[in-house]
Design a protein around this ligand. Structure first.
Ligand code: ACM
Length: 276
């Protein structure tokens, strides 16, 4: 299976140019699955909810999703991309999966980063996995990486490949994703962007690039630069992610001591203490 990413440098607010760039790139590739960055069609740093309202689109009937559905159909490929989604009750920082037969699913970012909290509603779609025939696909977006539960739940739900549209600004994620893949024995495609945005006074953002694909053994199969627009496609066997054994006597999922894990309600109390 040929999987890859397009590391972009979007023009803020120019949806047509950003989408056309991605469509042309995908048309030039031989791939089964391509991942684009978070908010690839709009750019990242919104100034106001008004701006989000003007640049967000409904899914799947908005322009960006229709263009990528058309591209997926023509090129017989699957595409995951980040988009500002106009929902019925708010705006979401979303990731969409489309394929040769059209729209498959949208994931709404669960863990919003910094000023995203001003503009987007927290996601409400959970962590579903989609069987596209050649592999089972899960999605998460950028800062979700900090919460190991996201990859774990996607892996427990059967994901072979985690598609991870991103706009990373902190330096840690590329290395951290190695551990996420190792501890869940999954593939992950992190599609990040490069360039910078300083649309809000005092908050310049520089995006770190380094898009990458990691395998279930934690090997970085390919990694892009930190400053160039780049595309990489590699061949993988997604079924390798179905074997959760680390040694003949250790299975990642079977060995989990769920009986000792702290019940989630414990964390809800602001006053808990741990005594030893
Ligand atoms: C991020 O979640 N875009 C850092």
């Amino acid at each position: 299976m040929k999987i890859g990413f397009i590391q972009t440098s979007p023009l803020f607010g120019n949806i047509t140019a950003n989408v056309e760039y991605a469509v042309e790139k995908i048309k030039s590739l031989d791939s089964d699955l391509i991942v684009l960055p978070e908010l690839f069609s709009t750019g990242y740093q919104f100034k106001s909810r008004k701006e989000v309202s003007l640049l967000s689109e409904s899914v799947p009937d908005g322009y960006t999703t229709r263009m990528l559905m058309d591209t997926a159909r023509r090129m017989k490929t699957f595409i995951v991309f980040g988009i500002a989604e106009k929902g019925r009750r708010g705006f979401y920082n979303s990731s969409v999966l489309v394929g040769p037969r059209g729209f498959i699913s949208a994931y709404r970012k669960s863990h919003l980063f910094w000023y995203e909290k001003r503009f987007f509603s927290p996601g409400n779609t959970g962590f579903r996995v989609h069987d596209i025939g050649i592999a089972r696909i899960g999605m998460m977006i950028c800062f979700d990486w900090v919460f190991p539960e996201v990859c774990r739940v996607l892996a427990l739900n059967g994901a072979d490949i985690i598609c991870h549209p991103s706009n990373l600004v902190l330096p840690h994620c590329p290395q951290a994703m190695i551990t996420r893949c190792l501890e869940n024995r999954v593939f992950a495609v992190t599609a990040n962007r490069v360039g910078s945005e300083s649309r809000t006074a005092g908050s310049p953002l520089k995006f770190i690039g380094k898009s990458q694909i990691v395998d279930p053994d934690g090997r970085v199969l390919c990694r892009a630069s930190d400053n160039k627009v780049e595309t990489m496609v590699i061949d993988i066997n997604p079924k390798l992610a179905r074997d959760k054994r680390i040694t003949p006597k250790n299975d990642l999922f079977v060995d989990r001591r769920v009986d000792l894990f702290i019940p989630p309600k414990f964390y809800k109390s602001r006053r808990y203490k741990v005594f030893s």
